[in-house]
Write a protein that binds this ligand. Structure first.
Ligand code: ATP
Length: 343
């Protein structure tokens, strides 16, 4: 193998640049040429690419976002488009490809491998919703942003005896709300995987806390609690019908109803894209570097259709299909622990 390609695909996450840097540096250590594809599979179709030198990636280790940009490109689900992508790789001399992204991107990588270009996936997503890996590049950085934002919102809630209802990201899954809510000591955490009852699990809980002398509150809600099933990417949102019937189908309506029924003055805050921004944490820099090195080792040893993962705390890899077919049930026990802990 003489030349490999690299792309970032799907949502951006802090640490993707550190992974790009590691891939390029490790590839250069093996004497490989690296071609950076801009904007994921879309860029591959458009042959929007440039060679990456070691010097060009030197300063990327703590830069947020992804210098290769990213895109969502549904057309890549079409086998003819995949075949064109493989053809373009051949024209560019690309004999192996590193794809940094989420599980949608891995499906594209699997298809591109079947079309003749060996691919290796690196999990880069803030959502931590990739079943086969214990960790993803960007999750820790995003969690740190979330606890920082919640701490700030907590200060003003405390000062004004208010409740702050905070919507966090997570695509179709509640991992960000769960771990962010636990870390920041949220009073209530609502996720798409576990059914809740507005009266029993929200109003009654806050009223009981108020009766115990607590004057301010923090409720963390995963964005996808309000998503219709058709929009819910990975998991079924078991609360969708319920939130619709109650007329609380977005965080503003939820907060207004909560204020009316609990008697606690309340404000809604949607953290939004701030959760994706900024420099990666130490943890994500190291994770991205280790994963980038591992990915190049796989390609250089003629292994393909692999996804780099963390298993039992160590970097290893799985077959992409095997990884994509794994199931990871939501950790209800941790959610229960959080509700008991915060009472
Ligand atoms: P994130 O978790 O951040 O959303 P993701 O990689 O899961 O990242 P997707 O939008 O699902 O994000 O996928 C990214 C890209 O991967 C798509 O825009 C498309 O180009 C390609 N892709 C997704 N699903 C498939 C599929 N089933 N077959 C081939 N390619 C796919």
């Amino acid at each position: 193998m003489k030349t490999i390609g690299i792309m970032t695909s799907g949502g951006d996450s802090p640490g993707m640049n550190a992974a790009i840097r590691a891939v390029v540096k490790q590839a250069k250590a093996h004497g490989l040429q690296v071609i950076g594809i801009n904007k994921g599979y879309k860029g591959l179709l458009e042959m929007d690419c440039a060679e990456l030198s070691a010097a060009s990636v030197e300063d990327l280790y703590r830069k947020g976002g992804t210098v290769l940009k990213t895109a969502r490109f549904k057309d890549f689900k079409d086998p003819e488009v995949v075949a064109q992508g493989a053809e373009n790789c051949k024209k560019l001399g690309i004999e192996g490809m590193v794809v940094i992204g989420g599980d949608g991107s891995f499906r594209g990588a699997r298809d591109l491998t079947h079309a003749g270009i060996p691919c290796v996936g690196i999990p880069g997503t803030i959502d931590n919703d990739i079943v086969c890996t214990e960790d993803t590049i960007g999750f820790d950085s995003s969690m740190n942003i979330i606890i920082d934002c919640i701490s700030k919102l907590r200060d003003t809630s405390e000062t004004l005896d208010r409740c702050t209802v905070i919507e966090v990201m997570g695509a179709g899954a509640g991992w960000m709300a769960l771990e962010g809510g636990i870390a920041a000591g949220a009073d209530i955490i609502l996720v798409p995987e576990v059914e809740f009852d507005f009266q029993k699990d929200v109003i009654d809980v806050i009223k009981a806390k108020k009766a115990n002398g607590q004057n301010y509150f923090v409720i963390v809600i995963a964005e996808c609690v309000f998503f219709p099933e058709s929009n819910s990417k990975h998991k079924k949102n078991v609360n969708f019908k319920y939130v619709n019937e109650l007329g609380i189908e977005n965080v503003d309506k939820f907060t207004k109803k909560f204020q009316a029924e609990s008697g606690v003055e309340s404000r809604a805050t949607v953290l939004g894209h701030i959760q994706r921004g900024g420099a990666p944490t130490f943890h994500d820099c190291v994770l991205a570097t280790n994963m980038g090195v591992h990915a190049v080792e796989l390609l250089n040893n003629n292994k393909s259709a692999r996804v780099v993962v963390v298993k039992d705390g160590k970097i290893t890899d799985f077959d992409i299909d095997e990884g994509l077919s794994m199931k990871k049930p939501f950790d209800k026990a941790r959610l229960e622990m959080a509700s008991k802990l915060n009472f």
